[in-house]
Ligand binder design. Structure first.
Ligand code: MRU
Length: 371
């Protein structure tokens, strides 16, 4: 997607360096950081310099390629196992990170010369990034069918746009595609406290693409829905269990309950790499809990332009900070993936994961009818 008219991916590899857009500074400053080792890339994931399920999956794949590049020939397997362990410990909830680490480890040719194994790790990491972008594009092409010819007012939470993936995004990909096709789309962007991914990242992304949007305080969702101002809700996912339960940014569950109360369709868009068949239900999805400071402070540029973290709670206040919540599958109208739209449940999820091919045009409408 474009930043000031220039095409970018969120994460890419340049020689041995992983380059990524520093999302901690957006929308106030646009800066690309360059990471020379897998340890630096792992730290960027942990510190949320890069964030969003797809983007951290891509960064983790590249980090594994960096680890292979620097692993000593005599202790190659041990070094790769240690790198995998380091990456798995950075952030627990998003499935894509684990998918990438496992895919690189599984793809290393056993007994091959180390040079061949390094080359293979780099090729797999690049394939993960390219496939992530292609899946987002496909989700966009399929999902744009949810938008009417007339005006559609959709609501989204957190950031499930191109900053959260290599490119395109999941929940925002259909928005971009519908907008490119000339459909009249406007987006209610939930602020998404405590980190403000909606106000800071989604608003910035939509602005770069010229899509009309309005930021709402998280507490305004019910009021806006009740006035009939939302045609449907579309959000991303960090991990989807085998029964269709969805872990996504904290606040998603509350939106789903509100949407159900107001009979507003509620869609989750995600690539199949976010589905974890090893998690039977949402109860088994590990939910990251972060430090209380993100709740007790807000950050933004001070008058001198430097990023300041100012307190917004009483001195000494206690806080809990769960980064994600789980929305039961029953609250979803549909799960949109690069393979089509399904009503989520154990049977449809299994069928989705078996389906090898691409969904045909028109598949979204047909799937909706069958849902
Ligand atoms: O904690 P973050 O910023 O990494 O959050 C993850 C997300 O981007 C959201 O939960 C999003 O809605 C999922 S789509 C990648």
């Amino acid at each position: 997607m474009r930043v000031n008219g220039v095409a970018y991916r969120t994460v890419w590899m340049d020689g041995g360096a992983v380059k990524l857009i520093d999302q901690r500074l957006l929308p106030f400053r646009f800066k690309v950081v360059s990471l020379r080792t897998h340890q630096e890339t792992a730290e960027a994931i942990r510190a949320m310099t890069v964030r969003g399920a797809g983007a951290i999956g891509v960064a983790a794949g590249y980090a594994m390629a960096q680890a292979a590049r620097h692993a000593p020939a005599r202790a190659f397997d041990r070094a790769m196992a240690e790198a995998a362990e380091l990456l798995r410990g950075t952030r627990p909830t998003a499935r894509n990170l684990f998918y990438s680490v496992e895919r690189v480890l599984a793809g290393l040719p056993v007994g091959a010369p180390v040079a061949a194994r390094r080359a293979r790790a780099a090729a797999i990491a690049q394939a993960i990034a390219d496939e992530d972008a292609a899946r987002g594009r496909r989700i966009g092409a399929l999902g744009q069918q949810l938008f009417r010819r007339g005006r559609s007012r959709v609501m989204t939470h957190c950031n499930a746009g191109w900053l959260a993936f290599a490119d395109w995004g999941s929940a925002l990909a259909p928005v971009y595609e519908a907008h490119h096709r000339g459909k009249r789309v406007s987006v209610w962007v939930m602020e998404t406290r405590p980190r403000g991914q909606g106000a800071r990242l989604t608003a910035w992304e939509l602005g770069q693409e010229g899509v009309p949007y309005t930021v709402l305080a998280d507490t305004a969702a019910g009021h806006v829905m009740r006035q009939g101002l939302v045609d449907f809700v579309i959000v991303g996912a960090d991990r989807i269990a085998a029964n269709g339960d969805v872990a996504n940014k904290i606040g998603t569950y509350a939106l789903a309950v509100l949407a159900r109360a107001h009979r507003i369709p509620f869609y989750v868009a995600a690539p199949t790499t976010t589905i974890d068949l090893a998690c039977p239900t949402g109860a088994e999805i590990p939910i990251e809990e972060r430090g209380p400071d993100e709740v007790l402070r807000v950050s933004g540029p001070a008058d001198d332009g430097r990023l300041a973290h100012v307190r917004v709670a009483a001195d000494g206040a206690a806080a809990r900070n769960w980064a994600f919540d789980v929305t039961p599958a029953a609250y979803l109208t549909g799960l949109l993936t690069e393979r089509g739209l399904v009503a989520p449940g154990p049977r449809t999820i299994r069928a989705l994961m078996r389906a090898p091919g691409r969904a045909r045009p028109g598949a979204v409408r047909r799937a909706l009818v069958h849902a």
